[in-house]
Design a protein around this ligand. Structure first.
Ligand SMILES: N[C@@H](CCC(=O)N[C@@H](CS)C(=O)NCC(=O)O)C(=O)O
Length: 220
């Protein structure tokens, strides 16, 4: 069968998660980069692939998979090593718990900070950004505690939990490093000052196989 094909938007955290998973598993794949500025994900051609008009989407032979976590599960099935969802019941539960916590508690507030900052609208959105930053700091403090006892979110090995969280943390770090974030005093930048364990964990991810290939092209 020919290699999987990934439809993605550069800088999209879910797409980055899938790319990291493909690289960690050492799977060859073809990239189809869509241009969000041109709304290519809403073109008739792409809507025929995913009627929701969202990425990531993985196509592999006759199989089309939408939704990040479903793509990761598919990749785990076609290439079981290294396993992304744990190797025993307790580890599997920890992986899913960390993923659910990230999606339920962190992803949206990080978007609430990064969207206005990336769009140059920090001044108009100061109150909303400040409120979201409080939520994010609390969540990062919980993660910081967890990473005090284990190198990876779900234990001793890298898992889908790490690959889910990492692009969210990077999106945040990139946003709060902007000059217009400085006057807001969000206490989130630099990451290694406020959350050293999380920063060290980020470095471990950045040392994982194929990391550079998965890095968002427009950030390079
Ligand atoms: N729950 C979905 C979320 C996918 C998602 O939100 N994708 C965004 C990119 S980060 C997207 O395609 N946005 C373009 C749009 O909705 O037009 C998943 O995890 O795959």
């Amino acid at each position: 069968m020919s290699p999987p094909e990934l439809y993605f938007i550069s800088g999209s955290p879910p797409c980055w998660t899938v790319m990291l998973a493909l690289e960690v598993k050492g799977l060859a794949y073809r990239q189809h980069r869509l241009d969000n500025a041109k709304r290519e994900q809403k073109s008739d051609e792409f809507l025929a692939i995913n009627p929701r008009g969202q990425v990531p989407v993985l196509r592999h032979g006759e199989v089309t998979v939408c939704e990040t976590l479903a793509v990761l599960a598919y990749l785990d099935a076609i290439q079981p090593t290294p396993p992304l969802y744990g190797t025993d019941p307790a580890e599997t539960a920890r992986v899913w718990q960390a993923i659910c916590e990230c999606d339920a508690n962190l992803r949206n507030p990080v978007g609430g900070i990064s969207r206005p900052l990336f769009r140059g609208k920090a001044q108009e959105a100061t109150e909303a950004i400040t409120k979201a930053a409080g939520v994010v700091r609390d969540e990062l403090a919980l993660l910081e505690n967890r990473l005090a006892s284990t190198p990876w979110l779900a234990g001793e090995t890298l898992s889908a939990a790490d690959l889910t969280l990492y692009p969210v943390v990077m999106q945040l770090s990139r946003a709060v490093a902007r000059e217009d974030a400085a006057p807001l005093d969000l206490a989130l930048h630099p990451l290694d000052t406020h959350f050293p364990k999380l920063a060290a964990w980020s470095e471990r991810i950045a040392a994982s196989p194929g990391y550079d290939n998965a890095y968002p092209p427009h950030w390079k």
